[in-house]
Design a protein around this ligand. Structure first.
Ligand SMILES: NC(=O)c1ccc[n+]([C@@H]2O[C@H](COP(=O)([O-])OP(=O)(O)OC[C@H]3O[C@@H](n4cnc5c(N)ncnc54)[C@H](O)[C@@H]3O)[C@@H](O)[C@H]2O)c1
Length: 439
């Protein structure tokens, strides 16, 4: 087979991994930390997202919230109160300005640190955490430039600490089910995927609170896929990227930028400063990745136009096709009526529900984003407790986040093809594919 990829071997290794992980709880990986009796956590950034993670982890036995940092002291206090209310000791608070996170990172009573701050702060905070001997657990995207991606990889390798980008969409019900189906070879040889982040964020970008304070700035400055991981994460996981497969090269194209200006004209007036902003980000940015195993992946970033939410999620192989939006449906040749979609949930879920989802769905009810946030956080905490390598590692964080600068470069050069760095430095060939795990 070409370039070190053999489909049969890939499936066999994935099946072996599943058995291994389900049986002994051991994941084969170069980096594997010792088991922990309790996971002692620190949090940097407890705005919309960080506070959601706090809520999840406070429900997990064997997890202690020992420290919390935010430039906003009111938020720190609120989280301290939540922890106490949940029966924990009051976590130490850090809110003495923008670099107070360094004091939190130096706190000896922490094993891992969640980072849920604006994008440009992720890498310095993760690096500081790892250099201080803590695992970094970072929101998406982990990094905003290639240089930053390498920084994460090099620091994780040098310190032996995990850098886990917590891509919650890898744990959504349909994405997990699709992974399970792919490992059971339902789609045959996978050849094409589509995914993306298609979310009307015009209101958020012009808000004077939360993400409104920083997200628009990225759209003003950069014409790129600024948020590639929600769609691409689960697709990459299913295609075995960094584990027997690799993102090879990519071409990107951006549409013109009209959405934010038109929105601002209507909302703030034609003469408002908002309506006069020079926004670099094209309204729809489309990228096409080719993998070493020969698959194509269409990745779309579409956040400036009115539209219902979607992450696309299409997986297509030699035996059939699945798509998630607007409604999850599937067609498998030989199993379904000729060329007709079947409702995924009524037709296939009973047989192909992912065991992790089955195990946690009750406990995850009411948690963020339909439960997937809790499933992710619970599974991650169990990995740390049991001393198993987490599902997502620094190579995933780097490869997925790299799409931003690579798309920017391709767009800036009339869609010239750009190569992905191999952040694993060849290890992708021997790293076993991600199997079917339970908590
Ligand atoms: N995975 C998901 O579904 C999801 C959803 C929303 C946001 N996110 C990601 O989470 C991250 C945070 O987003 P958010 O929506 O919570 O934004 P937010 O603006 O609500 O929260 C960011 C927090 O960081 C704090 N902060 C800023 N600078 C700081 C510093 N120097 N030190 C300490 N704290 C600092 C802010 O005060 C704020 O409380 C982003 O990376 C975003 O992309 C992911």
């Amino acid at each position: 087979m070409k370039q070190g990829f053999d489909r049969r071997q890939f499936l066999e290794r994935a099946a072996a991994m599943s058995a291994l992980m389900a049986g002994s709880g051991q994941a084969a990986s170069a980096m594997q930390a010792k088991p922990l009796e309790t996971v002692r956590l620190g949090f940097i950034g407890v705005g919309g997202r960080g506070s959601g993670h706090v809520r999840d982890v406070l429900r997990i036995p064997q997890v202690k919230l020992n420290a919390v940092c935010d430039i906003n002291p009111t938020r720190v206090e609120a989280i301290q109160n939540w922890a106490q209310k949940a029966g924990q000791a009051r976590p130490e608070g850090y809110s003495k300005g923008p670099v107070d996170y360094k004091r939190l990172c130096a706190n000896p009573n922490l094993d891992a640190i969640y980072v849920a701050t604006p994008w440009e702060l992720h890498v310095p905070m993760c690096v500081e955490a790892m250099k201080n001997g803590k695992h970094a657990i970072v929101e998406v995207p982990a990094a905003t430039t290639l240089e930053e991606c390498w920084q994460l990889v090099e620091t994780s390798e040098a310190t032996g600490k995990y850098c886990i980008m917590i891509e919650n969409c890898n744990y959504d019900r349909v994405e997990l089910m699709a992974l399970n189906m792919a490992r059971k070879n339902l789609f045959g040889e996978l050849v094409h995927a589509e995914c993306g982040y298609l979310h009307d964020l015009r209101g958020t970008k012009f808000s004077s609170r939360g993400e409104g304070l920083w997200r628009l700035d990225h759209a003003i400055k950069r014409n790129a896929d600024l948020y590639p991981t929600h769609g691409l994460g689960p697709v990459a996981q299913t295609l075995g990227v960094n584990r027997g497969n690799l993102f090879d090269h990519m071409v990107s194209m951006a549409s013109k930028s009209e959405g934010l200006r038109e929105y601002a004209r209507a909302k703030f007036g034609a003469d408002s400063p908002q309506a006069k902003l020079d926004v670099k980000l094209g309204d729809v940015v489309s990228s096409l990745i080719r993998t070493r195993a020969g698959q194509t992946i269409l990745v779309v970033h579409d956040t400036n136009l009115p539209r219902p939410y979607s992450r696309k999620i299409l997986l297509q192989g030699t035996k059939g096709v699945l798509e998630k939006y607007p409604t999850p449906q599937i067609y498998i040749e030989g199993r379904d009526k000729n060329d007709q979609w079947v409702d995924l949930m009524t037709g296939y879920a009973a047989e192909f529900e992912h065991p992790l989802w089955k195990e946690l769905q009750e406990r995850a009810k009411g948690a963020g984003h339909g439960g997937m946030d809790f499933v992710m956080n619970y599974r991650l905490m169990q990995c740390l407790i049991k001393g198993e390598a987490p599902d997502m590692d620094v190579y995933d964080a780097a490869a997925l986040s790299a799409v931003t600068e690579l798309s920017e470069r391709s767009i800036a050069s009339r869609s010239k093809s750009v190569d992905f760095p191999d952040f694993t430095r060849g290890k992708w060939r021997s790293r076993p594919p991600f199997g079917i795990v339970t908590a």
